[in-house]
Design a protein around this ligand. Structure first.
Ligand code: F0G
Length: 455
């Protein structure tokens, strides 16, 4: 048989509370037309994010009981350290409570105001943690990475010519180069080993270390196996090791490919930054052998990070996004191509071509997905990235996308079929989909808390 099945069976279940369309209308209105303000119990399929939302395995739940909660020198730390040394080859582990804490602690120890950090695309917390220190975050993804509908196997690659130019002209300002695997901001797109190697060599030539944001490193490695010439028969762990061999330091949100609900870490190759990082860690996260985590969290991560490298799991994982993409293509709905590792990004314009941008078509579509199917998605468009200027004028984003991000090991194929039908029904009923206007908004990150009314 050709069908790629979920490579697990279900041992513990959590009921979904069914709602009717009429109920959802009332619930969304009570949430001032902002899906972030819905209660999760009122959502049927929650695709707001893949971060920390997945299902743990029975082995992980078993490991939880083994957690050593000692303040200093806990056995659980040494277990995780050994697992990570084995996978990555980097000797120094600094646990943090999640990815942005790893960024804050590392950048706080290493960066200074006036510096500049190149990356394919900085995730928004990465950018914010640099900018708050007065460091410029510059996105240098290849041009293909900025063209949503253009297929390319490695749209997360960094533009080496522009990096070289930057190092020649402003190199003195660069403390290190960064790269994000996979490139979430650019649609969950992978970086090739060829690009990583060339980037590393370029940085080395200018004496700069390479810092990798490795939240979705396992998904990136599977894309390499499936797409990069010469790797089709290479074991995933070998590919992963080749990626990490190029890193001088890493920041990780374990809420993604760590397969846990909370956690993160920093990895360092040399001890040069170690004291500074540990001192910062003690100030805001905790003692160096637990960081921001309980001993049981370290145990669950030690098991989860190995499970996330299982090839059957990864093949299934990447296939789920691709499968939804195929269903959407059949319904004539456009999305960022190729589908990413953890998410599908719908182009709301292909559903609502006539809606004025001032009525926020991305937001309107994500509301419609909730009303039609109880699906919660995340607008990545003019609500998230537009601004109201002091004179009352609005600025708009270049794209109106809706991100469907998939928690790991949580939803089955029938959930995906159901969602594809609901999205296709939205397209058919497009003329009845209403736009919104913002009636109240905070000065920044407005999408989380803004209130809306129907246009
Ligand atoms: N880097 C990348 C590439 C991310 O996608 C995220 C989180 C972080 C860093 C920060 O990690 O949330 O553990 O502090 N992305 C989530 C998302 C929130 O929905 O894409 P964190």
């Amino acid at each position: 048989p050709k069908t790629l099945i979920e490579p697990f069976r279900i041992k513990s279940v959590e009921p979904i509370r069914m709602t009717t369309r009429a109920e959802r209308v009332a619930l969304l209105e009570a949430a001032t037309l902002n899906p972030f303000k819905l209660r999760a119990d009122d959502v049927l399929i929650d695709w707001l994010t893949d971060s920390g939302t997945g299902a743990m395995s029975s082995r992980q739940w078993g490991a939880i009981m083994e957690g050593d909660e000692s303040y200093a020198g806990a056995r659980s730390f040494y277990r995780l350290e050994k697992v990570l040394q084995n996978i990555t080859g980097l000797p120094h582990l600094i646990p943090t409570h999640q990815g942005r804490a790893a960024e804050k602690v590392l950048f706080g120890a290493v960066c200074q105001a006036g510096q500049l950090v190149p990356n394919n695309c900085h995730f928004d917390t990465t950018r914010a943690n640099l900018e708050v220190l007065g460091v410029e975050a510059r996105d240098l993804v290849i041009p293909e990475g900025l063209q949503p509908m253009l297929p390319h196997p490695f749209k997360g690659n960094i533009d080496l010519a522009r990096v070289e130019h930057l190092l020649q002209t402003e190199g003195a300002r660069v403390p290190f180069g960064m790269i994000t695997l996979t490139n979430n901001t650019g649609g969950g797109q992978p970086v090739s080993l060829e690009n990583l190697r060339a980037y590393k060599a370029l940085l080395k030539r200018f004496g700069k270390p390479l810092v990798m944001d490795v939240c979705r490193f396992a998904e990136n490695a599977m894309f390499i196996k499936m797409r990069e010439a010469g790797y089709e028969h290479t074991p995933i762990k070998t590919i992963v090791r080749e990626m990490f061999d190029l890193a001088d330091a890493c920041t990780m949100s374990a809420k993604k490919d760590g397969m846990v609900n909370m956690g993160g870490f920093i990895l360092l190759r040399s001890s040069e930054w170690l004291d500074g990082v540990r001192n910062g860690l003690i100030l805001s996260e905790g003692f160096p052998t637990y960081g921001g985590l309980a001993g049981r969290d370290l145990e669950a991560l030690a098991v989860g990070i190995e499970e996330g490298l299982d090839e059957d799991y990864l093949r299934y994982r990447l296939r789920t996004a691709e499968y939804l993409g195929e269903r959407l293509a059949e319904a004539g709905i456009a999305f960022v191509r190729p589908t990413g590792g953890h998410a599908v990004y719908i182009d709301a314009r292909s559903v609502l071509p006539d809606m004025p941008v001032a009525h926020y078509p991305g937001w309107a579509l994500s509301n419609a997905l909730y009303l039609e199917g109880g699906i919660r998605a995340c607008e990545i468009g003019s609500v998230m990235f537009g601004k109201r200027l002091p004179d009352g004028q609005e600025t708009f984003h270049t794209m109106e996308l809706v991100r469907l991000a998939f928690p790991r090991r949580m939803y089955t194929q029938s959930h995906f079929d159901y969602a594809a039908e609901a999205i296709a029904e939205c397209k058919q009923a497009a003329r009845s989909i209403r736009g919104v206007r913002i009636v109240q908004q905070p000065p920044f990150l407005r999408h989380f808390t803004a209130s809306f009314e129907w246009v």
